[in-house]
Ligand binder design. Sequence first.
Ligand SMILES: C[S@@+](CC[C@H](N)C(=O)[O-])C[C@H]1O[C@@H](n2cnc3c(N)ncnc32)[C@H](O)[C@@H]1O
Length: 344
Amino acid sequence: MNKKTLSRKMEIKKAFTTIDLFAGVGGMRLGFEQAGFKTLFANDFNQKCKNTYDLNFNEPKLYVEDLWKVNLKKIPSFDVLVGGFPCQAFSIAGNQKGFNDVRGNLFFRLAEILEAKTPKAFLLENVKNLKSHDECRTFMVIERTLKNLGYNTKHQILNSMEHGDTPQNRERIFIAGFLDKDRADAFDFPEKIPLTKSFRELVAEKADSKYYYNDKPLYERIKKDIQSEHTVYQWRRKYVRANKKGVVPTLTANMGRGGHNVPLIKNSIGVRKLTPRECFLLQGFPKNFRLPKDISDSELYHQAGNSVTVPVIKRIAENIDSVLRGKKINPQLTISALAYAPRF
Ligand SMILES: C[S@@+](CC[C@H](N)C(=O)[O-])C[C@H]1O[C@@H](n2cnc3c(N)ncnc32)[C@H](O)[C@@H]1O
């Protein structure tokens, strides 16, 4: 093989680079790195996230700073911006103020970074109702802003139990954007795949006694409603809700704060809440993902609920990688193009 062909081959294999914004504990980074991307910069303003993040990733470590204050010169050139920007401002659970809420405005910081750095592509993640918020005006502004920056976007709601083979009913909206229109046209979000994993495979038979309700006052109120070992339950302030789909309900950022909403399970020992470790597994984090010992359970629940389902991210990242390499052809485009093609 001559030198030129060899260097082209190496070039083809070269990893695309990312920056990990609103990085949390690095769920997006993990999915992208599993798909072959290389991370060049990571930012979040939460110091506790850094404990978990830095325990699991080598360089670059998490740079803790308010994104508004990050000097853009600190961010190197990169190929793909990755960011699950804060969702409270757009969430049904939040106050629905959208762009009037400063947290909503962080989207415009992302826009500034896209404008300054012009990466080839980006992937943004948010709560499902971002699309319908404020009679769809919020989403229209987001789409228009991205378009004005020269990006061609596609968005889709993906569910962890349908798109990530992960037994959690978690719907999130993803927005992928590409500077190059052909790449955007060629890009598809991953198809649904069968759910092969049961939540029971990811929960341990035994857990520390502090997670059990057996001797706690709430037990008397919940025990008659929690009968099946194959169902996940949630205590909803006044009643127990059983998850009819046989999976774990959406793990949320406020789970574990005040003891509410951490999903409950029953096994041979009794009724207990999921442990933080199990919540991470139910977000598709690998077993060897390390959880720091010096932060509270409630913080770990918060980190798990705030994160993403890693296998979903990996599958999207693989599709982004393919189109950036010019590999993938959108099957639907091909079919419709063929429908109009002259027949001989
Ligand atoms: C929805 S979470 C994203 C979590 C992440 N995708 C993960 O896998 O863990 C949003 C994150 O944005 C961070 N954040 C919020 N406002 C910020 C700001 N002004 N500057 C930097 N980070 C911020 C929060 O600390 C939180 O970790």
